[in-house]
Write a protein that binds this ligand. Sequence first.
Ligand code: AMP
Length: 307
Amino acid sequence: MSVITVGTMAFDAIETPFGKVDKIIGGSATYVAYAAGNFVKPIQQISIVGYDFPKEELEELQSRGVQTEGVEIVPDKKSFFWSGKYHIDMNTRDTLVTDLNVLEDFNPIVPDSYQGAEFLMLGNLMPKLQLSVINQLKVRPKLIVMDTMNFWMDIALDDLLEVIKKVDVLLVNDGEARQLSGEVSFVKAARKILDMGPRFLIIKKGEHGALLFHENHVFFAPALPLEEVFDPTGAGDTFAGGFIGYLAKTKDISFENMKTAIIVGSAMASFCVEKFGPERLKEITKADIDERLSEFVQLVNFDIDLV
Ligand code: AMP
């Protein structure tokens, strides 16, 4: 069972109330790959980096079952760079810099060896490029999951709406769901967004968990209350990686199984925020993941006697 992941591989500069880093590995596809690789192999990565992206990072990903044939290395340009600052409420952040660099002329090519993948994770990227990957696939994957952000709603809404039409699951955060739908209520927002094409919608609410919408059904997954949230960067992508990784592992794309998959996504995201960048994701073992999943079971498990 293979999963194609598309998105950015980047350098990030991050400032949180707990510290600051000037240059750390980031990118939507990087986080997705580190998270999904715990559940399924191979992860078939499609991205682009510049001359400055460390070879060791690509090797680290390869050692975890990530294929990088689809990662283009541009010898005379820098990698994508993003910089963000979090305040005390870590659910919101300011983007300080978005330097597209290599992304400016990225034309993703799906390698022949990736054809036939049953799962496609469209990580946050220019919508036109997400669409180009869908169009290059000779057989439609069993499930296409898409992540995006307000940045693309602001500058490429028409392209974005075109991709949204073609995917099965759309992931957005609360603010983005409201921006995309023009509705304040999440229930109304979900109805409008599901009318745009996807069969499933996940609204991520940071430390307040995530909602999964499908037809007239809704399911809620909490986020684990953590003593310390060090750096939320990549939590959304890590959630997506855990979600699609679990679905690919279990080969079951029913609404019931997606409920478990969003718990798995939340568990993976809870690791991501414990250290800067993808550092914590590189450390964790299967035992750590299992233990955290049982904490989630404890968190939401209760009995009730209806009188
Ligand atoms: P998240 O915190 O899950 O939204 O993802 C943060 C990651 O997304 C960072 O590592 C950035 O490098 C990457 N990123 C930030 N802005 C963009 C963008 N406009 N397109 C693609 N990736 C981005």
